[in-house]
Design a protein around this ligand. Structure first.
Ligand code: CIR
Length: 261
């Protein structure tokens, strides 16, 4: 049986040197992260993805956050130019892994774009403008998305690292939204479920092909909201990645139109 592909990137020993807004105490532990990453990949697989794992990259501690390095629309990928210069070298590994799966395009090195700022809901692509993605980066993605008949909206990010740090989709029209991510008015036309509380990451979930929704175990609010929508939450512990400022979505590149046995 063929299933949509999800690409993940293994945790390197250097994971303890990830870029973080504040130094994590205690320091990040690559062994814990690796264990959690394994469970994350298993949950994607159980939910209907064919998971492809590429090796970790010791030179790039943040490389497990593979979502930031490419945006996939249909059967094509746009390689990004990440906003944090220390992460730009991650893109080569993603490029190599995607080569056999999708048509790959590279954006010009003017402007910055992180995949974590790109939310696809139905045929709409929301591009967050903030700490990691600028207008020139958004221009590249907009051209790529419009060529694939998507409508595009630019959304200033309020205070989260990425747009998706506080906004994600549970189906083709419904989003979980935390006010720290963006202005609610910019989500006009979508069904918006507000996530209460102090932690925007509770709004970061992953849709699984079988219809269930992956939620972070340390964010019980996500599971409640997802269940309230009549969907089945599947919890996975990604707390070590949260300490590195990452959420569930950033740990994989999901290709809904690319199938593999
Ligand atoms: C970074 O600061 O770039 C990483 N430590 C975390 C990236 C998380 N990515 C994401 O939310 N899309």
């Amino acid at each position: 049986m063929s299933r949509p592909v999800a690409l993940v990137r293994a945790v390197p020993d250097s994971f303890s040197d990830c870029v973080t807004a504040a130094p994590p105490v205690p320091p990040l532990d690559p062994v814990v992260a690796r264990e959690q990453h394994h469970c994350y990949a298993a949950a994607l697989e159980a939910g209907g993805f064919a998971v492809v794992t590429i090796p970790g990259d010791e030179a790039h501690p943040d490389s497990p956050f593979i979502e930031d390095t490419a945006v996939i629309i249909d059967d094509a990928a746009l390689l990004t130019h990440p906003g944090n210069p220390s992460r730009r070298g991650e893109v080569a590994g993603t490029q190599e892994a995607l080569a056999g799966l999708v048509a790959v395009e590279r954006m010009p090195v003017v402007g910055t774009l992180d995949g974590g700022d790109v939310l696809q809901v139905g045929r709409t692509v929301l591009i967050g403008l903030g700490r990691r993605t600028d207008q020139a980066g958004a221009d590249s993605l907009e051209a790529f998305a419009r060529a694939r008949h998507r409508s595009v909206r630019r959304v200033p990010v309020r205070s989260t690292l990425h747009l998706k740090s506080g906004l994600s989709a549970v189906d083709d029209e419904t989003v979980l939204w935390h006010p720290a991510a963006c202005d609610r008015d910019l989500l006009d036309g979508l069904r918006v479920v507000e996530v209460p509380g102090d932690d925007p990451e509770a709004a970061n979930v992953v849709r699984l092909p079988d219809g269930a929704v992956l939620v972070a175990a340390h964010q019980p609010r996500s599971a409640e909201l997802v269940a309230g929508l009549g969907l089945r939450p599947v919890a996975v512990d990604v707390s070590e990645f949260a300490r590195a400022d990452g959420g569930l979505t950033c740990l994989s590149l999901r290709m809904r139109s690319v199938y593999r046995a």
